[in-house]
Unconditional design. Structure first.
Length: 343
């Protein structure tokens, strides 16, 4: 009988990707176990396709919902997982301890239920907090992880770029001027000036538009109308990962797209303002975090009413210079890799 490690993480894309290093550490600790994840459907599919987990179940579905109701249906997929479970991890708030109680009732192995927001945790970065939450099994520190995106998704990404009149064999910069909250977005004028500079450099450019980004993308497009910049919209998560992996540079904010870009190994510049980069920024030598002034808003309500957003007022020439530096670094890295392969 193959034992399981069951992980419950109903968070958004960026939140789950911040937990990937902890999951990788667990896989090293339990190399022969079947790893199953309860998460958003799109995230579960992507992480399974990348080989990080072996199976998944939608966190919003009945199988997970019944756990929070205090029972598990006999003969269900969840019942089978828990019957073989060596370790059950739930990175959630469980104020009534209903989830922990039902897991301990059905799991013969270890149960670890702890929110990464728990005040008992002392680590600063969210990835470290996910690992610290597993103090019963945690021993080693977490390191940044690059997902092994399957060839099929990479090819789909390259095809989508070609459809947008971008040659994936030339240098491409993807810019994401939006975020889940307008309060985390730099002004459109900053992105417009950077686009003008990168276009003069002869680069292929495109804007990424997510479900909450339409107004911001329209504003940037209006400012760079003569540039005829392409817009990539309505991408499912797997296709977005493939597109990002095919780009030379990504520029965005504190968003799921920025975390995904970093997770697939693309050179990533992420702009941080009201949120704390030391807590939430993606990690890795290919990631550059840029900030302006420290946020002076006393709370998130004040952030929502802040119009000028001085914490995101990064000079366009500074951002443009950083884009050029990272592109040079990326190009040098590719040349070095080709030389190693040629030997």
């Amino acid at each position: 009988m193959i034992r399981t490690v069951v992980i419950i993480h109903p968070g958004a894309l960026g939140d789950v990707l911040l937990a990937v290093p902890a999951i990788v550490n667990l896989r090293r600790k339990f190399p022969r176990h079947e790893f199953v994840l309860c998460a958003d459907r799109r995230i579960g599919e992507l992480l399974r396709d990348c080989g990080l987990v072996d199976g998944w179940m939608p966190a919003q579905g009945f199988g997970v919902g019944q756990l929070f109701g205090g029972y598990v249906e006999a003969g269900s997929v969840m019942s089978n997982w828990l019957a073989r479970c060596e370790l059950a991890v739930a990175w959630v708030r469980d104020e009534g301890e209903i989830l922990e109680e039902v897991l301990r009732r059905y799991v013969q192995g270890t149960v670890a239920v702890c929110s990464p927001f728990s005040p008992r945790l002392s680590s600063v970065h969210q990835s470290d907090r996910f690992w610290e939450a597993l103090d019963e099994v945690a021993r080693d520190s977490v390191q940044p992880v690059v997902l092994q995106l399957p060839r099929g998704l990479r090819e789909l990404g390259r095809t989508r770029l070609r459809e947008a009149n971008l040659d994936p064999d030339r240098r491409i910069v993807l810019l994401h001027p939006g975020s889940g909250s307008r309060s985390k977005c730099a002004k459109a004028e900053i992105f417009a000036e950077v686009i003008h500079g990168l276009r003069r450099d002869g680069l292929g450019l495109a804007l990424l538009e997510g479900p909450a980004d339409h107004a911001t993308v329209v504003e940037v497009s209006r400012l760079v109308r003569e540039e005829r910049i392409g817009i990539l919209r309505d991408l499912n998560l797997g296709l977005l990962a493939g597109v990002l992996a095919s780009a030379d540079l990504f520029v965005g904010h504190d968003s799921g797209a920025s975390h995904l870009s970093a997770s697939v190994g693309t050179e990533t510049i992420t702009l941080f303002g009201p949120t704390v980069a030391e807590r939430w920024a993606p990690r890795g030598g290919h990631v550059t975090v840029m900030k302006a002034d420290a946020c002076r808003c006393p709370n998130w309500e004040a952030v929502g009413h802040c119009v000028e957003r001085p914490c995101l007022n990064i000079p366009p020439h500074t951002l443009l210079d950083m884009c050029r530096q990272r592109l040079v670094r990326h190009n040098s890295s590719k040349i070095h890799t080709k030389r190693l392969v040629s030997h």
